[in-house]
Ligand binder design. Structure first.
Ligand code: IMP
Length: 179
């Protein structure tokens, strides 16, 4: 498994430290607001579960699944809902928790879709921001780490549904997806 990685970008310790910082910031910003944290399946599941453990104020959780990538490494720009929320977000403060923002098409779709449900506010917390690839004007409100234009896997991120359980974030060797 690690043989398929060119190098580790973020270690377990680096991730844990940054997740703690984000949790502290979110706890401060959302004190008294009882926000709802939305996990975007499947990529953000590891980040989400570590992040919510660092939140020290009351929150609720919900889950949504969208698909934008097939089995390749290039976004089609097409996003479809695979699983919707269970709860209403009307008048609620919403935090979308994402694994990575790449072109920004997925988030644009999500924000538009959720805004139509009349929440009190919507903010985005992403583990990784691949800003150099953005095709729409969109800046996440909370960012774990910025990444350059690499295809990364681990800590929830996959290539063809593999590597999600790897505890670090690493750069996938190009020969893995070009073969
Ligand atoms: P966007 O719509 O182009 O912003 O893509 C967002 C989604 O594409 C993410 O939620 C990931 O599932 C996937 N994605 C983008 N870049 C990577 C990557 O480097 N590794 C793994 N998945 C990625």
């Amino acid at each position: 498994m690690y043989n398929d990685l060119e190098r580790i970008l973020f270690s377990k310790e680096q991730i844990a430290t940054r997740v703690k910082e984000l949790g502290a910031q979110l706890s401060k910003d959302y004190a008294g607001k009882n926000p709802i944290f939305i996990c975007i399946l499947k990529g953000s599941v590891l980040f989400f579960s570590d992040l919510i453990k660092e939140i020290t104020v009351p929150i609720n959780l919900d889950f949504m699944a969208v698909s934008s990538y097939g089995s390749g490494t290039v976004s089609s720009g097409e996003v479809k809902m695979v699983k919707d929320l269970d709860s209403s977000i009307e008048n609620r403060h919403v935090i979308i928790v994402e694994d990575i923002v790449d072109t920004g098409h997925t988030l644009t779709y999500l924000i538009k879709n959720l805004k139509a449900r009349m929440p009190a506010s919507i903010k985005v917390c992403t583990l990784l921001d691949k800003e150099c690839r953005r095709e729409v004007d969109l800046t996440p409100d909370y960012i774990g780490f910025k990444v350059d234009n690499y295809f990364v896997v681990g800590y929830g991120l996959d290539y063809d549904e593999a590597y999600r359980h790897v505890p670090e974030v690493g750069v996938l060797k190009p020969e893995v997806y070009t073969k």
